[in-house]
Design a protein around this ligand. Sequence first.
Ligand SMILES: Nc1nc2c(ncn2[C@@H]2O[C@H](COP(=O)(O)OP(=O)(O)OP(=O)(O)O)[C@@H](O)[C@H]2O)c(=O)[nH]1
Ligand SMILES: [Zn+2]
Length: 327
Amino acid sequence: MKKTFGKQQGAERAQLLEGLVVSSHGRHCVVEAAGGARHICHPRGKKGQAVVGDQVQWLLPPEGQGEAGTIEKVLPRKNLFYRQDEIRTKSFAANLDQVLILIAAEPVFSESQLARALIAAEATQIKPIIALNKRDLTEAFASGWQRLEPYRQMRHGQEKHHYEVLPLSLTTDGETDKALLMQYLQGKRTLVLGPSGSGKSTLINLLIPGTNAATNEISQALNSGKHTTTTTSWYWMDETRETALIDSPGFQEFGLRHLQPTDLPKYMPDIGALADQCKFYNCTHLHEPGCAVMAQVEATGSEHCISANRYRIYGDLFDELSQEQRY
Ligand SMILES: Nc1nc2c(ncn2[C@@H]2O[C@H](COP(=O)(O)OP(=O)(O)OP(=O)(O)O)[C@@H](O)[C@H]2O)c(=O)[nH]1
Ligand SMILES: [Zn+2]
């Protein structure tokens, strides 16, 4: 950079810049400036912790005061995808377009975890896409695909198929799967979630070959020496920085304590479809007479049929979210 006079440079340095938070490590964040350069930043003050995906205004450090910049302001978010257990709220990322939930034929996926992730997505109005990987494991895949039937058939209002469910075999049909996935991912910011072993790393390596190791040099520097759990990582898929994948841990313990039990039918389209037709306006759909929801449980042949598993998951979650909060 051309050398400038001290005063002028001071003024330049005091200028608010815009950036994108691409990783977060406790008090530090890595902010990507408009040109693509990445800088370590601290948030100013305590409130307004920035999360990955946040658009922020930030400042370079004053001359001679180290490398770390400061985040002055987190710009308003379009959305924030998070989970909440009894103790704390954990943010996955902000300003997302969609969530790709990657599960696999093996290890056998938990339907309850899948349902939780879908509910969290519905509650924040972020579009979920489900992908079932390892189609090459024929028998296990057939059984997983069968278990996904309620999700493949899920309707919402006039929509015939509320959820997209994609069959994948990332290690054997990589190129075909890549083309299929790109139809959904192009131009979007997609959070990838999934249980351990479902193929998340395989998917990211397939879609962004070679970038994996290099992407997070600063993140690695920040993490070195600490036994940190993996943090959320941001990957651009194109040079124009329009298509992004965000890889985040935490699918396993998906707390929904921020939701009201009575709101569950809003976020479970099969449970909610006939919920306004129950005899009692405040029906919980758990035991009341004249419940239109309970009438649909395993009602084979009905277009509003609710699977026994989905109804059980609804009941379990209703109980869980009705427990008195202990924090
Ligand atoms: N048979 C089969 N194996 C696959 C497929 N995709 C991924 N695998 C394998 O499944 C295992 C887990 O894949 P990863 O990509 O490491 O899974 P991950 O979700 O990143 O797992 P964690 O690192 O534990 O979070 C690896 O041995 C992959 O080679 C597939 O389509 N078919
Ligand atoms: Zn009811």
